[in-house]
Ligand binder design. Structure first.
Ligand code: NAD
Length: 261
């Protein structure tokens, strides 16, 4: 398929569960990708696997999304490697547990830094590149937690809701300037990736979820299954492609009906 033919995409947190699914899916639709992650070894291995399927389609670099200079360097590396950037996928993220009383200031700032400040920095620094490549698209991976409050997730709820609104604000900014740079967010519910395993590990080792844990989550979802990384990749393909050309300052909920209840 070639829904992203000619597109050059910059993907953060690419070594993770959702990021690697987006990387493979984008390349299978004809895109070339810059894969970045805090974990340089893992993202290098991912780029190797992507290039096994589509030689030359993936470049990679180690990149901490909380660092402004890191963003500047990674975007310049991508621009040089790909010859421009048409799509920015802000996907890197971490889990943070705790109520407002349980969350200490350093944990609060860590969550905001990785999940929200990063998106502000990335969009601010990427827009000049995207402006050179119009039509362009920003795809922000938020969460159903950005739309609906949960128990004991004060910082994560707040960061993901901030990301949702910052996406709209950025979309309107670009539209008002007359730039064809769209920005939209995706809001998945539970997916069994490393991040969800962190939710249950509560400070201990990551482990696959038990059937009992999966069952408890699944029973909350009207469609009676968890979300998958492929579900997110399909939405990301749509938002990155020109098929969604009239969609901006908007969001896709991937929650099996959860937030409608
Ligand atoms: P994951 O832990 O598998 O992947 C996250 C990736 O982000 C990892 O590769 C990690 O190294 C990277 N990362 C962490 N901090 C970073 C930093 N400072 N700079 C650069 N990279 C960094 O988790 P995932 O489930 O694939 O999460 C991807 C996104 O999806 C996150 O934003 C998450 O909040 C969101 N999300 C996940 C779920 C879920 O249930 N898994 C649900 C809704 C939304």
């Amino acid at each position: 398929a070639s829904r992203l033919k000619g597109k050059r995409a910059f993907i953060t947190g690419a070594a993770g569960g959702i990021g690697s699914a987006i990387a493979h899916a984008f390349v299978s639709e004809g895109a070339r990708v810059m894969l970045t992650d805090l974990d340089g070894t893992a993202v290098q291995a991912l780029a190797g696997r992507v290039n096994d399927d589509a030689p030359g389609a993936a470049a990679f670099c180690a990149h901490d999304v909380t660092s402004e200079s890191g963003w500047a360097e990674a975007l310049e590396t991508a621009n040089a490697a790909l010859g421009g950037i048409d799509v920015l996928v802000n996907n890197a993220g971490i889990w943070a547990v705790g109520s407002v009383e349980e969350t200490d200031p350093s944990e609060w700032r860590r969550c905001m830094g990785v999940n929200l400040d990063s998106v502000y920095l990335g969009m601010r620094l990427a827009i000049p590149y995207l402006r050179e490549s119009q039509p362009a698209s920003i795809v922000n991976v938020s969460s159903v937690s950005g739309l609906v409050a949960g128990h004991n997730v004060a910082a994560y709820n707040t960061a993901k809701a901030g990301m949702w609104m910052l996406t709209k604000s950025t979309a309107l900014h670009c539209a008002h300037r007359g730039d064809d740079i769209r920005a939209n967010s995706i809001h998945p519910t539970f997916i069994e990736t490393g991040l969800l395993q962190d939710v249950f590990a509560r400070g201990g080792e990551r482990q696959p979820l038990t059937d009992d844990q999966k069952g408890k989550l699944t029973r909350q979802i009207p469609l009676k299954r968890l979300c998958t990384v492929e579900d997110v990749a399909y939405a990301a393909i749509y938002l990155a492609s020109d098929e969604s050309r009239y969609m901006t300052a908007s969001e896709i909920k991937l929650d099996g009906g959860l937030s409608a209840m």
